[in-house]
Design a protein around this ligand. Structure first.
Ligand code: SF4
Length: 518
C-alpha cells in the first residue's frame, strides 16, 4: 500500500520532487518495488514546515530520502550559478539547496532514533569526496553531512529491498552491494582511495581518486577516524528489469509533474556505453547495457493501450541513449565498448522491437524522443531509415557537443562520422519536413576563445541548433575533476580550463551571435 496520508507505515519516502506513480519517477519506482513485497509505504513530497515532516508519524523501519532525478543544486542554479528565479521543472520551486542534507537534519530533529536511508542522484554522485561547484570547494561524502545510516547509489531497487529485510530482522547493514556506509574498521578486499585530506590538499591525489572510481569495486576512503566503504554494485539482470517495469504503475501524475510529456514512455534498457567525461551515468546507472526482454516491453505497451487516457501514442521508447537497446555484452569487461569489435552494433534487436511495437493494436505511433548516439547509429543505416520513417516527427536530436578536437578529446567524444551521419539523414529526408537538431556544450575543459571558433565555424553551416549549454561541473565526473585540478585524470595531462564568469559569458555571446546570424 502506498499513501500520502495515514500512519503506521513501514517505510516513509521523502522526496524533493513531486511523487508520481510512474516508472520514470525515482520515488515512484522505489515505492512500487517495496509495495510489491508487502511493505506499507508513506509518501512525503517537497516538505517545508515541521508539520510536513511529522504528518505520517515515525516509520517502523526507516525513512528513505531522495532529491529525485536531479541534484538540488543543479535544479536551483543556472550553469553560471545564478539562482533560477523560477524552477525550470515545476512552477513552484520548493526544492531547498542541498535538499538531502536539509531533509535528513529535519528528520534527526523530529525523529532522533529513526534510521535514514539516502538515495537518488544527489546521494549517488556525492558518495565520495567531491568537488562542489557551488561552494567552489571539496566536500566530504554526503553520508557524513546527512548523518544517514546508509547510502544507496545507482538505481536502488535491489538495495532497498535488502535494507528493508535486514532492518526488519535487526541485522547489520554492512556488506550490502550497491551501498555505502561509515565504518571504524577497514574490511578485507577493499581498494583504498586517497583519503579525504589528501584529495582536498593535492590535485594529483584528487585525480588518482577520480581515476579509481568505479561501480564494480569495493572502495574505501579514510576520513579523520572513519572509513567510507562502498560495496560494489549488484548485478541487475534482464529478469530484474522485466519485473521492475511490469509492476502496476497507475501512471497517475502530480498536476505539476515533470513527467507530463513522458506519461506513456517505456524504458527499454539501463546503462550507457558512451562514457562521456561530463556525464554522471557511468558512476550512477553504470557503463554497461542491461536490456529488458522484447516480450516484457511489448507486454507493457499492450497494457498501456488499455489505459483510458491513452490516445495511441507512445511518448518515448528508449533509455539513456535510445539506440543502445540490445547492446548487452556477457563479458562485462572494463574496456570501452564503443571502441570494441565484439560489440554488436547492428541495431538488429532494436529494429525488430520497433517494428513489433508499432504493429500493436491501438498504437498510432511509437516516438523515439530519447537522444540517440549518432556515431553508433551510423553503423546501421537500416536503423536510421526505421527511425526517420516511423519514429520521429519533424526532428531528430543528436549531441555532437563541440567541434574542436581538443575539447572533444577531453569530453571523450568522437565526431569523425558527424558529416557522414548528417548527409545520410538529410538525403534520406529530402522533400520531407524532417530535420536534425543539435545539442552543443561550451566552456568544457579544453575550451577557450580559440577552440570556440571551431564550433562557430562549423555551426555556420548548420541550422536548427536545439540548444547549447554552458558546461556545469557536476559532482564526481571526470570533466569536473579536470575543472578543479586542471588535469585530465585519464591522461594526467594538463588541460586549459575557464573559471572566470567574464570569459564564459564571452564564449556564450560568440555562439549566440552565430546562431542569430544563422
Ligand atoms: S568485450 Fe567489448 S563489448 Fe563486451 S563488455 Fe568488453 S568492451 Fe564491452
Amino acid at each position: 500500500m502506498i499513501s500520502k496520508t495515514g500512519k503506521d507505515f513501514d517505510i516513509i519516502v521523502i522526496t524533493a520532487e513531486y511523487y508520481d506513480d510512474h516508472p520514470l519517477s525515482p520515488s515512484g519506482i522505489i515505492s512500487r518495488v517495496l509495495d510489491d513485497k508487502g511493505y506499507k509505504i508513506g509518501i512525503i513530497e517537497k516538505p517545508i514546515e515541521k508539520e510536513d515532516f511529522i504528518k505520517l508519524g515515525s516509520p517502523k523501519l526507516f525513512f528513505a530520502v531522495t532529491s529525485g532525478s536531479i541534484d538540488s543544486m543543479l535544479h536551483n542554479y543556472t550553469p553560471l550559478k545564478k539562482r533560477r528565479s523560477e524552477d525550470p521543472h515545476s512552477k513552484i520551486s520548493l526544492m531547498p539547496d542541498r535538499a538531502l542534507i536539509v531533509y535528513c537534519n529535519k528528520i534527526k530533529e523530529y525523529f532522533k532514533s529513526s534510521t535514514i536511508v539516502i538515495g537518488g542522484i544527489e546521494a549517488s554522485m556525492r558518495r565520495f569526496a567531491h568537488y562542489d561547484y557551488w561552494n567552489n570547494d571539496i566536500r566530504r561524502s554526503i553520508i557524513f553531512d546527512t548523518r544517514a545510516n546508509i547510502l544507496v547509489y545507482g538505481n536502488g531497487e535491489k538495495q532497498i529491498l535488502e535494507i528493508a529485510k535486514r532492518i526488519e530482522n535487526n541485522l547489520s547493514l554492512k556488506g550490502i552491494f550497491g551501498t555505502c556506509i561509515i565504518s571504524k574498521e577497514l574490511e578485507n578486499d577493499f581498494d583504498i582511495l586517497p583519503s579525504f585530506k589528501e584529495v582536498k590538499e593535492d590535485p594529483v591525489k584528487f585525480c588518482e581518486m577520480q581515476k579509481a572510481l568505479s561501480n564494480n569495486k569495493n572502495l574505501a576512503q579514510f576520513y579523520d577516524n572513519n572509513y567510507l566503504l562502498q560495496y560494489a554494485y549488484p548485478e541487475y539482470t534482464q529478469e530484474d528489469l522485466d519485473w521492475i517495469y511490469s509492476l502496476p504503475f497507475s501512471r497517475k501524475l502530480h498536476p505539476e509533474s515533470l513527467l507530463k510529456m513522458a506519461k506513456f514512455s517505456v524504458v527499454t534498457h539501463r546503462g550507457c556505453i558512451g562514457n562521456c567525461n561530463f556525464c554522471s551515468l557511468r558512476l550512477h546507472q553504470g557503463d554497461k547495457i542491461i536490456s529488458r526482454s522484447e516480450e516484457s516491453i511489448l507486454k507493457e505497451i499492450v497494457s498501456l493501450t488499455k489505459n483510458k487516457e491513452f490516445k495511441g501514442y507512445i511518448d518515448d521508447l528508449g533509455g539513456p541513449s535510445a539506440n543502445m537497446y540490445g547492446m548487452d555484452c556477457a563479458e562485462r569487461c572494463n574496456n570501452d565498448c564503443l571502441k570494441c569489435s565484439k560489440l554488436d552494433k547492428s541495431h538488429a534487436k532494436l529494429i525488430r522491437l520497433l517494428k513489433k511495437a508499432r504493429a500493436i493494436k491501438g498504437i498510432k505511433k511509437v516516438f523515439v524522443r530519447s537522444g540517440i548516439r549518432y556515431d553508433l547509429a551510423i553503423e546501421s543505416k537500416d536503423y536510421i531509415k526505421e527511425l526517420s520513417e516511423h519514429h520521429i516527427s519533424g526532428c531528430l536530436k543528436i549531441a555532437p557537443e563541440h567541434f574542436s578536437e581538443e575539447v572533444l578529446k577531453n569530453m571523450n567524444k568522437d565526431n569523425s562520422r558527424f558529416d557522414e551521419f548528417v548527409s545520410f539523414f538529410e538525403n534520406l529526408n529530402i522533400g520531407k519536413k524532417q530535420y536534425l537538431r543539435y545539442y552543443l556544450m561550451i566552456c568544457h575543459p579544453g575550451d577557450d576563445e580559440e577552440e570556440i571558433l571551431k564550433m562557430k565555424n562549423k555551426i555556420k553551416n548548420l541550422s536548427n541548433i536545439e540548444s547549447f549549454q554552458v558546461f556545469t561541473p557536476t559532482p564526481m565526473t571526470n570533466s569536473t575533476c579536470m575543472y578543479w585540478t586542471g588535469i585530465n585524470p585519464i591522461t594526467m595531462k594538463k588541460v586549459k580550463v575557464i573559471h572566470d564568469y567574464k570569459t564564459k559569458k564571452k564564449l556564450k555571446r560568440i555562439i549566440i551571435e552565430e546562431i542569430k546570424n544563422n
